[in-house]
Write a protein that binds this ligand. Structure first.
Ligand code: B16
Ligand code: MG
Length: 201
């Protein structure tokens, strides 16, 4: 193993609750009701695809132009950015900081494969950005998770073969992305939801 490639939300820090609150506020304005169970489907999914799923739930997917959808996505992101403003190292999930330092000490490369365009800002707020050897820019991808592109690109940016990388994820779409990239997949969470992973903790 030469590299470990991390997902962000749900692995390094828990921003799923903030994403949910920001989407819920927007959905309510559109008279669409979303709950925690529905939110599970949005984990690991890009901002615009998350919006599409919410509009589909409200059966209003054809009511908005592309430009209006962009505006709605920006509005959600502005709300989300206010929520993550106060994040600090206290928001790092248990065990992660130690693991990152251990990998670093063992000369194992560390990458970030997050669908979040806020990823670099969040890593800085957590004080972990200097530990990462590479971050994939999700804006450059042709397809999001479960497509393997994001993990393949992380390996490429680290000059590693996919067979030399391990991916860590909390979402079913993310585990599928790692598997389709032919990396070893480690999932954190519910074994039933994440049964496709090589190992679940
Ligand atoms: P943003 P991950 C994902 O992050 C989140 O799980 C998902 O809920 C969110 O919609 C997506 O990032 C995009 O985030 O709106 O900040 O660009 O789990 O891939 O680290
Ligand atoms: Mg995640």
């Amino acid at each position: 193993m030469k590299a470990v490639i991390f997902d962000l939300d749900g692995i390094i820090t828990d921003t799923a609750g903030y994403h949910f609150l920001a989407w819920k506020a927007l959905a309510e304005e559109l008279d669409i009701n979303i709950d925690n169970e529905f939110n599970e489907q949005l984990k690991g999914i890009s901002r615009i695809e998350s919006l599409e799923r919410i509009l589909r739930k409200g059966k209003v997917e054809n009511k908005f132009s592309l430009a209006e959808k962009e505006e709605l996505a920006v509005k959600k992101n502005e709300e989300y950015k206010k929520m993550i403003e106060q994040m600090s190292s206290a928001d790092i999930l248990p065990g992660i900081e130690r693991l990152l330092y251990q990998l670093n000490k063992a000369n194992i490369l560390i990458g970030l494969a997050s669908a979040s365009q806020n990823g670099p800002v969040i890593l800085k707020k957590l004080g972990l950005h200097t530990l990462f050897d590479t971050i994939v820019d999700p804006a450059t991808l042709s397809a999001g998770k479960p497509n393997p592109e994001i993990f393949e690109k992380a390996a490429e940016q680290l000059n590693c073969l996919v067979s030399e990388c391990v991916g860590i994820e909390d979402a079913a779409a993310g585990v599928e992305s790692i598997n389709r990239a032919n990396m070893v997949s480690i999932a954190v969470g519910d074994k039933k939801v994440l049964s496709a992973a090589d190992k679940t903790v």
